[in-house]
Unconditional design. Structure first.
Length: 326
């Protein structure tokens, strides 16, 4: 597979200008090793190979976990929906080692969570008692130490903190009884995840979206997709992601609904630069500004900030009141 088959040539040229430490912060080692080995310095190739193998094995381990729960999931008649990495990797990445995956994300109704938790505990998992701020309280984390790696399961009861559980718009996964989001809802979730929730902190999520649209554009019901974008208040996130696809992936979506206003286009050109996508955690003011611009309504942004501030103050208070270790 040549460069332009997996990623656009112009994007590969941009990636080649980025220092390798930054690329590693975006977990691109396996992808570079598999598809673009010529650009990897000799002194890094052995480690990139090791990470490529580790990522392949991690995905297989998580997949085997899902298969080991099949009978119990069916017996309890649970609707378990795979999100993000595991729902995408087999269709978007011919080579599993080229896609980083830290955990397994599942979507399930809150009333079904106790049954799923019992299944996980029966298979050696334990709940992680971490403190989650309000915008993340729809998630529960479970982990176990396997002989080969620490396996982490993140269970969601909502798609986003402002979006209720989705019980329709589902398709069967490659292994029953698991489900995945349908094409339109999957694309919406990927866009909301990278922009609304995480402000573009990892570049491989944008690669996921590029691969997803380039493979599925003719099958997407675009009118329905845009209705979902309106319904779930993700218009700004969608506009930013499509701007990035157009300018850095050179991918023009034929079904793009509206062109950007001159004002919004100018803002995006100044803020959504390739250097920001690579180093946004180092560009704090721009990061915060873009985080707010991804929200469709000012009230949503204010609530997000308020929840974060309350959590931050609680964490500071806990640290101050924690007894000193002797």
């Amino acid at each position: 597979m040549t460069m332009h088959h997996f990623l656009p040539t112009n994007l590969v040229h941009e990636i080649q200008k980025v220092d390798f430490q930054t690329l590693e912060e975006h977990f691109l080692e396996g992808l570079l090793f598999k598809y673009f080995p010529a650009i990897i310095p000799m002194e890094r190739r052995k480690n990139y190979y090791r990470l490529w193998v580790a990522r392949w094995n991690k995905i297989r381990l998580l997949e085997n976990e899902l298969l080991s729960w099949q009978a119990e999931i069916k017996a309890q008649d649970l609707q378990v929906v795979l999100l993000k990495g595991m729902a995408l990797v087999h269709t978007l990445y011919p080579d599993l080692g080229s896609r980083y995956m830290s955990d397994l994300d599942l979507l399930i109704g809150p009333n079904s969570l106790p049954d799923l938790e019992r299944i996980l505990i029966n298979h050696g998992y334990h709940p992680v008692k971490d403190s989650k701020w309000k915008a993340n309280r729809h998630k529960m984390t479970y982990e176990k130490q396997s002989p080969d790696a620490i396996l982490i399961i993140e269970v969601h009861s909502r798609l986003f903190f402002h979006v209720d559980l989705v019980t329709t718009d589902l398709l069967p996964w490659i292994y029953s009884p698991y489900k995945i989001l349908n094409i339109e809802m999957n694309l919406l979730h990927m866009i909301g995840h990278v922009a609304f929730s995480h402000t573009f902190i990892k570049f491989f999520w944008l690669i996921d979206i590029y691969r997803f649209i380039s493979l599925n554009e003719q099958n997407i019901n675009w009118n329905y997709f845009f209705k979902l974008i309106e319904k779930y208040r993700l218009k700004n996130s969608y506009a930013m992601v499509f701007f990035i696809l157009k300018h850095f992936f050179k991918y023009q979506i034929a079904h793009e609904k509206t062109s950007l206003t001159w004002f919004k286009k100018t803002i995006y050109q100044h803020l959504l630069t390739f250097s920001f996508l690579m180093e946004n955690q180092n560009l704090k003011i721009r990061y915060i500004l873009i985080k707010h611009l991804t929200k469709d309504h000012l009230w949503t942004a204010i609530k997000y900030d308020f929840y974060w501030l309350i959590d931050y103050l609680n964490q500071q208070l806990k640290q101050k009141t924690r007894p000193l270790q002797k």
